[in-house]
Design a protein around this ligand. Structure first.
Ligand code: SF4
Length: 217
């Protein structure tokens, strides 16, 4: 079985388990989606949603965060990991959006990745979930599962993104990004299985005898 065939099987199984998929981070508009994704670095989506549910009804535009200032943003998000760094990024990126983008979130990777605190992964999530542009954001779950499923050698997240984009049809990228994350959280956890038990691995790798060594993101 080649990698393309394996990718087809995986896509099919994931569509059976997760025919419809909800975006886990709650937001009100593309700007608050950007803020939530930024906040979710090294923090669970549940924690982010618990904090933002008290913020977004009142503060949901770049101008609101500019007006708040860094210290007040810190206070609002202090239950979130590395909140000082994140507050600084939120304040600075809000200022840039107000001054340079007429308070809108830019629609290109290039512009997004220039914003403070926004890396390629965050930009990919915003492009895909905010603007519907086909993107394949690679987080630690996707990086781990793609290796266990033998779809990449796990050299780097950049390589994983490249490999997955080559294997899966473009129209499935946005959905797959979430399906793989959900599958990783539910079944294929970091410390649990290394490639020997469930349907995806036993179908794609019936002769596999040893666990796969997973490289970190
Ligand atoms: S067999 Fe293990 S590694 Fe493979 S998909 Fe299932 S849980 Fe993940």
């Amino acid at each position: 079985m080649n990698k393309i065939e394996k990718a087809e099987i995986i896509n099919k199984i994931l569509n059976q388990i997760y025919p419809k998929i909800k975006v886990p981070l709650k937001s009100r508009n593309v700007f608050t989606l950007l803020i939530s994704v930024l906040l979710s670095a090294q923090c669970t989506d549940v924690n982010v949603n618990n904090v933002t549910k008290n913020i977004y009804p009142k503060f949901n535009q770049p101008k609101h965060f500019v007006k708040l200032g860094r210290k007040k943003i810190e206070r609002l998000i202090k239950k979130i990991g590395i909140f000082r760094v994140k507050a600084k990024s939120i304040y600075n990126l809000s200022r840039i959006l107000v001054n340079d983008y007429n308070s809108r979130v830019p629609k290109t990777f290039e512009e997004l990745e220039k914003l403070p605190g926004v890396g390629h992964k965050t930009a990919s999530v915003v492009m895909s979930q905010g603007f519907g542009y086909p993107a394949f954001a690679i987080d630690t779950h996707i990086h781990r599962l793609a290796q266990r499923w033998g779809l990449t050698n796990g050299k780097s997240v950049i390589q994983t993104e490249k490999d997955l984009k080559n294997l899966f049809p473009k129209k499935s990228w946005n959905k797959l990004h979430l399906q793989i994350i959900y599958y990783g959280r539910e079944y294929c956890k970091a410390r649990d299985c290394y490639g020997l038990t469930c349907k995806i691995c036993t179908t794609c790798y019936p002769k596999r005898k040893k666990p796969v060594i997973t490289k970190k993101a």
